[in-house]
Design a protein around this ligand. Structure first.
Ligand SMILES: N[C@@H](CCC(=O)N[C@@H](CS)C(=O)NCC(=O)O)C(=O)O
Length: 225
């Protein structure tokens, strides 16, 4: 059994592999990265992941980065956990990769425009005035599509839960925590409630809550706003 250490930070997309690992039920440790003091930019961290990002998964000491790769590795390594629907068809498998890439490459950057607009314009006031509203408009289009998809069943792939649902759970929780209006998306709201009832998600959130308390105690917690 590989030794697994996941580098995480509260409220970030590291929540997604944390959920996946809890769904698998394999032993793993997490290591808290203090984003507020740029630990992800420290020489030690950059030696492991030169991109300076969480999540990073150390597998027997070997780093794997990028949610798409981490989630795909977890699915391939623990097939019994059904993190993605089973298929022998190449096109179907690539469609699943496309779904992961959509979350990582389209949805996540839209979350960033809403949650961290200052990453796009140095002027903080302007970033909230200009970047965030445009991000919200783009997110509406994405959520409209996802809400329609969830007409076919409670989860991204219908009746069976997958890591795409963990991804959606993180996105929805992240944006609604800072005021994204969720009323127009009843299927996604139901998805969020169903997700909150999953024991693995509760365990992942409990792990995160411990890290929030650690950060609050040392003055490095960045509350979503
Ligand atoms: N493409 C990467 C994105 C990772 C990413 O942007 N992580 C953010 C947190 S959600 C981060 O580490 N931010 C710290 C920084 O940019 O300095 C993935 O999907 O894993």
């Amino acid at each position: 059994m590989p030794d697994l250490l996941l580098f995480v930070a509260p409220n970030t997309c590291a929540r997604v592999p944390t959920i996946a690992l809890e769904e698998i039920g394999v032993p793993f440790e997490t290591e808290l990265v203090r984003i507020a003091i740029n630990q992800q930019g420290s020489p030690e961290f950059l030696k492991m992941n030169p991109k300076g990002k969480v999540p990073t998964l150390l597998i027997d000491g070997v780093p794997l980065t990028e949610n798409v790769a981490i989630l795909s590795w977890l699915n391939a390594t623990y097939p019994e956990a059904n993190l993605l629907p089973k298929t022998d068809n190449t096109l179907d498998a690539l469609a699943q990769t496309a779904d992961l890439a959509f979350f990582a490459g389209t949805v996540h950057p839209t979350v960033t425009r809403i949650a961290m607009p200052v990453k796009f314009i140095a002027d903080k006031a302007l970033s909230f005035e200009i970047v965030r509203p445009v991000g919200i408009q783009d997110m509406h289009k994405i959520m409209k599509m996802i809400d329609a998809r969830l007409e076919n069943g409670p989860w991204w792939y219908g009746d069976s839960w997958s890591v795409l649902d963990g991804y959606l759970y993180w996105v929805w929780g992240r944006i609604t925590a800072i005021g994204y209006p969720g009323e127009g998306f009843p299927n996604i709201q139901r998805h969020f409630e169903l997700s909150n009832a999953r024991p693995a998600i509760q365990r992942a959130m409990a792990r995160e809550a411990v890290n929030v308390e650690i950060l609050k105690a040392d003055g490095h917690y960045m509350a979503p706003r």
